[in-house]
Ligand binder design. Structure first.
Ligand code: CU
Length: 307
C-alpha cells in the first residue's frame, strides 16, 4: 500500500471519530424524571445542568474549568431530590450528543458540594467538594467501567442515604486517560447538576474529606498521570480525597448498571455484584485496539494530516 493510499485509508477511518471525539452530559434522570441539558455553546434553555461552552475536555488540573466543566455557566433550574435518590447521568458524544460517549479508559467519579444559597445563583469557585462515589476498573482489572458509558449506559450514582438536607451541586466527572502516559495528558470532563435535597438526614463530610476544584487534583499524581495505563492488569489509584465516610458502603453507587435495578448495596462493585450485566464485552483489548485512533481523535486535524 502506498503512503497516499494509507493516508486516505487512515483519514477515512478517522474522520467519523474526529467529529465526535469528546462529549458532555446530555441529560440527567432523577428517580425516573428526565431533565434535559443544553448543547455545549448552543441555545440556553432553563435546565438543572450547568452549560459548558464546548465538548472539549478540561486540560490541566489547575484549570479553573475543573470546577464544573469548560466555562460552565449557572443553570436556571434546580431539581428536587432526596437521600437515596437514584441519579443517572447520560454522557453523550459529539457536539449535538447524537453519538455515544467516545472514551473507555479512565474512572467515573461523583462529588457533591453544598451551595451557599440557591444553586442557581451559586458561584462554586470556592465550593468544598466531597466524593460520593468512584468507579475505575471492573473485577478483571483490565476493563474500565467507563467502557459501559461508551456502550451507551448512563453513569449511575445514589444520593447518600444519610445526607443532611440542603442545596447541593452534584459534580459528575469522567476522566479519560488514553493520553495519560504523559503528564498533562489526562482529559477531564466535569459537569455540575443543581439539586435541592430534602429529608431529615444529618450526614455531612468532614473538612479533611473536602477540597476545591481546581485543587483536588495535581497533574502528576497517580490516577491522573499513568505511564502504565496500557500494561494490564492494572492497579488504579483514584485521584482526590477518599469517598466521604458518612456515605458508607450502602449509599455510594455504582456506575453503570441498567436503569431500574435495585438501589443500595447491589450497586456497589466492591460488593462483588455486577453493576454491568450488559457490558457488551468491551474488553481491555478493544480499548487497546482503539488506542491509536483515540490518540489521534484527540489531536488536531493538522497533526493527523501530517501522519
Ligand atoms: Cu475526547
Amino acid at each position: 500500500m502506498t503512503a497516499h493510499l494509507l493516508l486516505a485509508f487512515s483519514l477515512a477511518v478517522l474522520f467519523p471519530i474526529l467529529i465526535s471525539a469528546h462529549g458532555y452530559v446530555g441529560s440527567v434522570t432523577i428517580d425516573g424524571t428526565s431533565y434535559p441539558g443544553n448543547e455545549p455553546g448552543g441555545a440556553t434553555s432553563d435546565t438543572i445542568i450547568r452549560q459548558v461552552s464546548t465538548i472539549d475536555p478540561v486540560k490541566g488540573a489547575t484549570n479553573p474549568s475543573m470546577n464544573c466543566g469548560m466555562n460552565a455557566t449557572l443553570a436556571a433550574d434546580v431539581a428536587d431530590a432526596n437521600p437515596g435518590s437514584q441519579i443517572q447521568v447520560h454522557w453523550v458524544g459529539g457536539s449535538t450528543g447524537d453519538s455515544n460517549w467516545p472514551h473507555n479508559v479512565g474512572p467515573i467519579i461523583h462529588y457533591m458540594a453544598k451551595c451557599n444559597g440557591p444553586c442557581s445563583s451559586y458561584d462554586s469557585t470556592n465550593a468544598e467538594w466531597f466524593k460520593i462515589s468512584e468507579l475505575g476498573l471492573q473485577p478483571d482489572d483490565t476493563t474500565w467501567y467507563q467502557a459501559n458509558i461508551m456502550a451507551g449506559q448512563p453513569a449511575n450514582v445514589t444520593i447518600p442515604q444519610t445526607i443532611a438536607p440542603g442545596s447541593f451541586l452534584l459534580r459528575s466527572e469522567l476522566i479519560s486517560l488514553q493520553l495519560a502516559v504523559s503528564v498533562g495528558g489526562a482529559e477531564f470532563y466535569p459537569a455540575c447538576i443543581q439539586l435541592d435535597i430534602g429529608g431529615s438526614g444529618t450526614g455531612a463530610a468532614t473538612s479533611s474529606e473536602e477540597c476545591t476544584f481546581p485543587g483536588c487534583y495535581t497533574d502528576d499524581e497517580p490516577g491522573i498521570y499513568d505511564p502504565d495505563i496500557y500494561n494490564p492488569p492494572l492497579t488504579y489509584t483514584f485521584p482526590g480525597p477518599p469517598v466521604a465516610a458518612f456515605v458508607g458502603g450502602n449509599s455510594s453507587a455504582g456506575g453503570s448498571q441498567p436503569s431500574g435495578s435495585a438501589p443500595g448495596p447491589s450497586n456497589t462493585p466492591a460488593s462483588g455484584s455486577s453493576p454491568t450485566p450488559t457490558s457488551s464485552g468491551m474488553s481491555f483489548y478493544s480499548s487497546h485496539f482503539l488506542f491509536p485512533s483515540d490518540i489521534l481523535s484527540c489531536l488536531s486535524l493538522p497533526v493527523v494530516s501530517a501522519y
